[in-house]
Every structure is written in structure tokens, then in C-alpha cells.
Design a protein around this ligand. Structure first.
Ligand code: COA
Length: 156
């Protein structure tokens, strides 16, 4: 499957909401997704097939030099083709280019595919948030990838 990674726009919202409903027990609504797009501290990307189908998406919130990945999801039929890794690689380059201290996210402790994905991309388990999720109630694993601030390294 050929796809391109592009910034998410309002036009993508219905398809992304559909992916949310396919992937999560507490999916973001179209309204929540539009609010994310309206947030000047937020960014979102979609992987778009040649026919315009949104195959996957990822969201990021930036607070000062900290990056919080809000969601990553790929349509079930298009998994294990590198789409999530490609989306996260764009955020990784953004983090490096903008001297972020880290990227971090929470993931259900039973979500083996996501844990494997983040570990492959250099994220490390930093702790647990007990009973963080509902439907079903479950702990969240905090996964973080730290970055060395190149400017500080040069000066020291
Ligand atoms: N089992 C084991 N490892 C897996 C895996 C699985 N089901 N899915 C991904 N990985 C790991 C592998 O190391 C993989 O590399 P490989 O295929 O060369 O072995 C690597 O992650 C990259 O996988 P990729 O193809 O980029 O992932 P994907 O596009 O299939 O998307 C998810 C991965 C987790 C986003 C996808 O399964 C998904 O949408 N799940 C439902 C939503 C979700 O749980 N999101 C995460 C919330 S924190």
C-alpha cells in the first residue's frame, strides 16, 4: 500500500473518528478531534492512501519542551506495514529539531502490540499509572523517549 504522511485537517476528522471507534473503548469524538486541531500546542498527522483513505493517524501535544503523544492508531487491515512507525518517526524528527526534552505517552499494560512498537522506537518504560483506564479498568504504562539537548551539549 502506498501512502503519504500529511498534516491532519478538518476533512480527515470523520475518517479519524471512525478509526478511533474501531480501535478504542473510549474513542475520541469528532468534536474532540476538531478541538485538537484548533489547539495551537497540538499537532496531528494522518497516513493517507492514494484514494484519500485515512489508514492511520497520530496526535501530539507540546508543552514547553515536553511532547505528549495523545493517540496512535492504524486501521486493522493496514497494520504491520510500518504506518505507526512512520507516523512516530515524524514526531521523533520534530522532537529532535525543536530540542524537546522527551516524548512520552501512556499505553494500556495489556497492549502488547503498542508496547512492542514503542520499545522498538526507543521508548522506555518509566512507570505505571494505576487504574488509569476505564472500560476495562487497567493500569497505564508510561513510555518515554528522552532527547539530549544538542545546544546544551555543545555549550558544556
Ligand atoms: N505484535 C508485536 N509487535 C508489533 C505488533 C504486534 N501486533 N504491532 C507492531 N509491533 C511492533 C513490531 O516491532 C513492528 O515492527 P515489525 O513489523 O518490523 O516487527 C513495529 O511495532 C512497527 O509496527 P508498525 O507496522 O509500524 O505498527 P502498526 O502500523 O501496525 O500500528 C498500532 C501499531 C499499535 C498503532 C496498531 O496495532 C493499532 O492501531 N492498535 C490499536 C490502537 C492502539 O492500541 N494504539 C496505541 C495506543 S497507546
Amino acid at each position: 500500500m502506498t501512502y503519504t504522511i500529511v498534516p491532519m485537517t478538518y476533512d480527515h476528522v470523520p475518517q479519524v473518528a471512525e478509526i478511533e471507534r474501531m480501535c478504542f473503548s473510549d474513542p475520541w469524538s469528532e468534536r474532540m478531534l476538531r478541538e485538537h486541531l484548533d489547539n495551537q500546542c497540538a499537532a496531528a498527522l494522518v497516513a493517507q492512501g492514494e484514494d484519500g483513505t485515512v489508514l492511520g493517524y497520530a496526535g501530539l501535544l507540546v508543552v514547553l519542551d515536553e511532547g505528549y503523544i495523545t493517540n496512535v492508531a492504524v486501521r486493522p487491515l493496514y497494520r504491520r506495514q510500518g504506518i505507526a512507525a512512520d507516523l512516530l518517526t515524524v514526531f521523533d524528527r520534530f522532537a529532535q529539531g525543536n530540542h524537546l526534552a522527551f516524548l512520552t505517552l501512556e499505553v494500556r499494560s495489556s497492549n502488547a502490540p503498542a508496547l512492542a512498537l514503542y520499545e522498538k522506537l526507543g521508548y522506555r518504560r518509566m512507570g505505571l499509572r494505576k487504574h488509569y483506564y476505564e472500560h476495562p479498568r487497567e493500569d497505564a504504562v508510561i513510555m518515554t523517549r528522552g532527547y539530549t539537548n544538542a545546544a546544551e551539549t555543545t555549550e558544556s
